[in-house]
Design a binder for this molecule. Structure first.
Ligand SMILES: Nc1ncnc2c1ncn2[C@@H]1O[C@H](COP(=O)(O)OP(=O)(O)OP(=O)(O)O)[C@@H](O)[C@H]1O
Length: 519
C-alpha cells in the first residue's frame, strides 16, 4: 500500500461516524495470496492479497475496471490466475476446478447468475440432485425438502411457485439459499442489490447479515458505499489491479471511502433545475399499453421528470412503449409538436426518442462488436458515397472516453471485454451521440462507480441544457432528487400524483415509493 493510501485510509477511519465494527477474530475462511492475472500486456490483477474472516462480510471495492470481477472469477475458479494461491479454510484450492471449489463451499453469485425461470422454486433449490424414487423424481419429497429450506430462511413462498414469478430481491435470495443449502463457507456476491428498490435492498442486506450468524462468510461487491458501510466488517479496495487499502470497515466515512476508491475527492453533482414553465418537447396524450394507461404527461425543454413506481406498475412499461418495445394500444405522442410513430424501436429513434435499458446484457449492446461499433450502432457516421466514416467513429470513442473516464484498451476492443460499469458508459455514450430530443433513462448509473456516476449526472445535465427532455427511472431516491425537476408516482399502470419541485426531498421520494410498496 502506498503511503498516501495509508494516509487516506487513516483519514477515512478518523472521519467515520459509525460505531467501530471489529473484524471477526476466527482464522480466515479465504486467503488470496499474491495473485497475478493479465489479459495481454497489462496486468488486471497485480499481486493481490487479502483475507476474509469467518462470519465476516468483506467489502470488495474499486472503480469500474479495477479488477473486482476478475478477482472473484479467479477465486471461484471461473478464471485461472497466472500466479498466486487461493486458500479456502486453509486448503489450497488454486488448482481445483470450479465444481470442486463449489463442493468445498465456495460460490460466486453474480447479478446474472440467474435462476431457471420456468422451473419451480423447489426444483431451482435442489437441482441437480432432485430426490428420486424408483428412478423418477419424487415430487412430494422435493417440495417437502425445499419447503423446509425456504422456511428455515424465512422465505415465505411456495416451493411449487414458478421461480420466474419472484421479484428481483427474492430471486437473489433464492440463489443465495441454494448456495447456503450446499453448506457454503464463502459466497461472493457481485453487486447483489443493483437495480433493487430501497426496501428490497434493505431486506436483502438484513437477510445476508443474518446468514453470517450461521457461519457463512461473504465477499460483497458493491458501488453503493452506504451499503458497504452498513453491512461490511472488513474491506479491500482495488485500484488498477492492486490493493490500494484494506482494513476494518465499520468506521469508514462515506467521503473517505469514495476517496480510497477513486484516489481523489469525488465532488457530488447537484443539478439546479428551474420551476419556470418550459415549452413542451414530448406530449403524451391518453397513451395506453398492455397493463397500463391512459397516461397524460408533458415534458418540457431541458426538463427531467422522475418516474416512481414498483416493477409492473407503469414506469418501465411507459418507457418501453415510448421506445417502441411495447405496443401502444391507443393514444398519441407528439415530439416537438409533431405526431411521433412509436410502433418499433426504429420509429421511436426516427422521432428523436432514445432509450437506455436497464438490461445491459440482454438488450443493451452487441457483445461481439467493438466499442467503436457499439457506439455507432444504428447511427453510423457517413462520408461521401455513404461509406462509413471511421474517423467519425473514433471521435465518438474519444468523446465517451473523456467524458466518462472509460477504462479500455482501444476503440477496436470487443465491448464484452470491458468491465460492466464501462459497458454501461458506452451505452449511454451511444444515446447521447444521437442528439435525441427525448431521453428515456432506466437506471442510467447501474453498476457504475462513484466517480463515473457524477460524470454521468453531468452529462445528463448537459443534455438538458441543449433542450433535451428526460424521463428518468432511478431506484435510489437520492439520485432521483439530485437530478429531477419533478416526479410522477405510478400506481396500477396510471399516474396517481406528482411531486413538484418544492416538495422534492429525498424523504418525499422514498415515501412515495414505499407507500406504493406497502399498498
Ligand atoms: N476476457 C477479458 N479480456 C480482456 N480484458 C478483460 C477481460 N475481462 C476483463 N478484462 C479487463 O480487466 C479489467 C478489470 O475488469 P473487471 O471486470 O474485473 O473490473 P471490475 O472492477 O469488476 O469493474 P466493474 O465495477 O465495472 O464491474 C478491465 O479493464 C477489463 O477490460
Amino acid at each position: 500500500m502506498r503511503q498516501s493510501d495509508r494516509d487516506a485510509a487513516e483519514d477515512a477511519r478518523r472521519e467515520g461516524e459509525g460505531p467501530f465494527a471489529p473484524a471477526p477474530t476466527d482464522g480466515p475462511v479465504l486467503v488470496v495470496d499474491n495473485v497475478f492475472k493479465a489479459y495481454g500486456p497489462v496486468p488486471v490483477l497485480d499481486g493481490v492479497s487479502l483475507s476474509v474472516g469467518k462470519g465476516a462480510i468483506h467489502g470488495l471495492l474499486g472503480k469500474n475496471g479495477a479488477g473486482k470481477s476478475t478477482l472473484s472469477n479467479v477465486v471461484a475458479g471461473f478464471t485461472r490466475a497466472d500466479a498466486g494461491n487461493i486458500l479456502l479454510g486453509g486448503e489450497d484450492v488454486s488448482s481445483l476446478t470450479l465444481t470442486a471449489r463449489k463442493k468445498r463451499g465456495l460460490h460466486l453469485l453474480s447479478q446474472h447468475s440467474e435462476i431457471f425461470e420456468d422451473l419451480s422454486i423447489g426444483e431451482n433449490l435442489l437441482l441437480p440432485d432432485l430426490p428420486r424414487r424408483h428412478g423418477f423424481v419424487d415430487w412430494a419429497a422435493l417440495h417437502r425438502q425445499a419447503g423446509l429450506l425456504l422456511e428455515s430462511h424465512a422465505m415465505h413462498a411456495s416451493s411449487r411457485r414458478r421461480a420466474g414469478d419472484l421479484n428481483a430481491s427474492d430471486r437473489r435470495r433464492l440463489a443465495i439459499i441454494k448456495a447456503v443449502a450446499g453448506d457454503a463457507k464463502l459466497i461472493i456476491l457481485d453487486e447483489p442489490t443493483a437495480g433493487l428498490a430501497a426496501r428490497e435492498r434493505q431486506h436483502l442486506m438484513e437477510w445476508v447479515e443474518a446468514l453470517t450468524a450461521r457461519g457463512t462468510s461473504f465477499v460483497y461487491i458493491s458501488h453503493h458505499n452506504d451499503e458497504v458501510r452498513q453491512l461490511c466488517s472488513e474491506y479491500t479496495v482495488l485500484r488498477d489491479g492492486k490493493v490500494a487499502a484494506s482494513g476494518a470497515a465499520g468506521s469508514l466515512s462515506a467521503d473517505g471511502m469514495a476517496r480510497l476508491i477513486t484516489g481523489s475527492d469525488v465532488k457530488e453533482f447537484r443539478r439546479v433545475g428551474s420551476a419556470a414553465p418550459k415549452p413542451p418537447v414530448v406530449e403524451i396524450g391518453g397513451l395506453c399499453f398492455p397493463g397500463g394507461g391512459p397516461i397524460d404527461l408533458t415534458v418540457g425543454r431541458g426538463e427531467i421528470v422522475g418516474l416512481v413506481g414498483l416493477l409492473g406498475e407503469g414506469p418501465q412499461e411507459l418507457l418501453r412503449t415510448l421506445a417502441g418495445l411495447l405496443p401502444a394500444t391507443s393514444g398519441q405522442v407528439l415530439v416537438d409538436g409533431r405526431p411521433a410513430r412509436i410502433g418499433s424501436p426504429g420509429h421511436s429513434l426516427d422521432a428523436g426518442i432514445a432509450y437506455l435499458t436497464h438490461d445491459r446484457i440482454g438488450e443493451g449492446h452487441v457483445a461481439s462488436m467493438s466499442i467503436a461499433e457499439n457506439l455507432s450502432l444504428g447511427n453510423w457516421p457517413r462520408q461521401a458515397g455513404w461509406a462509413i466514416n471511421r474517423s467519425g467513429m473514433l471521435g465518438r470513442v474519444r468523446r465517451a472516453r473523456e467524458a466518462m473516464d472509460v477504462v479500455m484498451d482501444g476503440p477496436d476492443q470487443e465491448i464484452r471485454k470491458l468491465s460492466g460499469g464501462n459497458q454501461q458508459k458506452i451505452l449511454l455514450g451511444r444515446l447521447l451521440e444521437r442528439n435525441p430530443a427525448v431521453l428515456l433513462l432506466d437506471e442510467p448509473t447501474i453498476g457504475v462507480d462513484v466517480a463515473a456516476k457524477e460524470h454521468i449526472h453531468r452529462l445528463i445535465d448537459d443534455a438538458t441544457r441543449r433542450g433535451v427532455a428526460v424521463l428518468l427511472i432511478a431506484q435510489d431516491p437520492d439520485e432521483m432528487q439530485r437530478l429531477v425537476d419533478r416526479v410522477v408516482v405510478f400506481s396500477k399502470g396510471r399516474i396517481e400524483r406528482s411531486l413538484s419541485a418544492e416538495g422534492l426531498t429525498v424523504d418525499a421520494i422514498a415515501d412515495a415509493r414505499s407507500l406504493r410498496e406497502k399498498s
